[in-house]
Design a protein around this ligand. Structure first.
Ligand code: HEM
Length: 421
């Protein structure tokens, strides 16, 4: 039995999509466009409607180099395509918008809670949660995989780490959806590019949900100040290496970052994986018959999903890259789905290979200080969900159309109706 399928995607999309347009992603990632750009113009300039523009980094090696060289490519001017003025950047500041050494000081507050070793100590708890979630969903026979399974496990586990209750998990998920889905009318009444969000320019993702998260975060902070616990919220309130503590605003922004980053990304990765396996049932059969494939299969799931599609840096000096002159002040955007399908880095990138040997993908970033904090947690959640599903289900069949998130930032599948066989 082979462990791979070639051409795992049913459709690579158009090759002339506007990669900045949120609408361009409502039918899936326009891989054909990324392929064309990566081949013909790997450091590609795009003009933007507001008169500015940005460089796209489309090749794997360049993405690694830009992530690594934090002196030339700073995070301090914003990390997404969205343009923010200085006042907004300051008000919405998290460690993501900091370079080392400041970045390191903030990250150390929580880093230990997410190391590989710490996450390994959660394995039994996560497995137990996966079993509970799956056993609650499967008897329904036909259901939305996203809502019933993929959403539940990251939500409950993140809640346990933060120290918030299971009941509050649903509110946190709805707020997190409104943030990462801030361009999708299904997730927010105020999509940033379709409505006037000027009133929210000073809060994360220009989203009114941030105001609700802030108020919840402050309630939680008050509770932990009164009764410290062994959880991430308590850690965020402790002094940093220099003795200073986070201000209320910094705490609110940090808490919001964790809620936004820790739910949807893992959920959509699981969803992409199942969708790919439903389109290519040979993958499910091969993985089910060979549980030893799991370590490499999980990495292949991450590479092919590339849920976080871009992060941005800003050049601090003029620099030449593949014959292009990037000027100081220019926006530079790394496109992860493109880097992760670069044939120079991945042999036959459109082969979904559960046994892929060389797979140094960039789904979590790589080679830089901002490497995903939750990488080990996400890996483990993906692994345990599929481990438990494969023990119980022979096949999932489609029970309706899927629905993609309207976003140039997150490759989300909002609905995946399935029937259990
Ligand atoms: C499969 C799921 C996930 C994907 C694909 C993903 C992807 C990413 C990427 C691409 C970055 C930026 C890397 C860079 O700029 O070099 C990042 C950063 C981050 N992620 Fe994740 N992530 C996932 C899950 C999580 C989870 C579960 C958490 C938290 C519980 C989390 C928390 C963060 C944080 C806090 C950062 C910022 C780190 C920093 O600035 O130092 N992520 N993630």
């Amino acid at each position: 039995m082979s462990y791979y399928v070639d051409d795992y995607l049913p459709d690579l999309g158009p090759d002339d999509a506007d990669i900045t347009s949120h609408d361009a992603y409502t039918t899936g990632v326009p891989h054909a466009t990324f392929n064309r750009l990566r081949t013909d113009d790997p450091v590609h300039w795009t003009d933007e409607a507001d008169g500015s523009g940005f460089w796209s980094i489309l090749r794997y090696d360049d993405a690694l180099a830009v992530s690594h060289d934090v002196e030339t490519f700073t995070s301090t001017k914003g990390i997404r395509l969205e343009e923010m003025d200085e006042e907004e950047t300051k008000a919405r500041l998290t460690m993501m918008e900091l370079d080392p050494p400041e970045h390191t000081r903030y990250r150390r507050l929580v880093n230990k809670g997410f190391t590989r070793r710490t996450v390994e100590s959660y394995e039994e708890e996560i497995r137990q949660l996966a079993v509970e979630v799956i056993e609650a969903a499967l008897p329904k026979g036909e259901f939305d995989f996203v809502h019933e399974i993929a959403e539940q496990l990251p939500m409950r586990m993140l809640g346990r780490l933060l120290g918030t209750s299971d009941e509050d998990g649903h509110r946190l998920v709805a707020w997190g959806d409104a943030l990462l889905g801030n361009t999708d009318p299904d997730f927010t009444d105020t999509p940033v590019d379709l409505t006037d969000t000027e009133a929210y320019r000073m809060v994360p993702f220009r989203s009114p949900a941030s105001i609700q998260i802030f108020s919840y975060a402050q309630e939680q902070a008050a509770d932990r100040r009164a009764c410290p616990r062994d959880d991430i919220i308590t850690k965020l309130l402790a002094p940093m290496a220099d003795g200073k503590r986070l201000t209320d605003l910094e705490f609110n922004n940090f808490f919001t970052l964790l809620v936004a980053a820790g739910n949807d990304t893992t959920r959509y990765t699981m969803t992409h994986a199942l969708w790919s396996m439903m389109n290519n049932p040979a993958l499910w059969e091969a993985w089910q018959a060979n549980p030893d494939l799991t370590p490499t299969a999980v990495e292949e799931v991450l590479r092919t999903s590339s849920v976080t599609m871009h992060f941005r840096r800003t050049a601090t000096r003029d620099i030449e890259l593949r014959g292009k002159t990037i000027r100081a002040g220019d926006k530079v955007v790394i496109w992860f789905p493109s880097a992760n399908h670069d044939p120079e880095a991945f042999d036959r990138p459109y082969r979904y290979d559960l046994g892929r040997e060389r797979n140094d993908h960039m789904a979590f970033g790589r080679n830089g200080p901002h490497l995903c904090l939750g990488a080990w947690l996400a890996r483990m959640e993906v692994r345990l969900v599929f481990e438990q599903l494969m023990k119980r289900v022979d096949r999932f069949e489609p029970a309706g159309p899927i629905d993609h998130l309207r976003s140039n930032f997150i490759a989300g599948i909002k609905k995946l109706p399935v029937r259990v066989v």
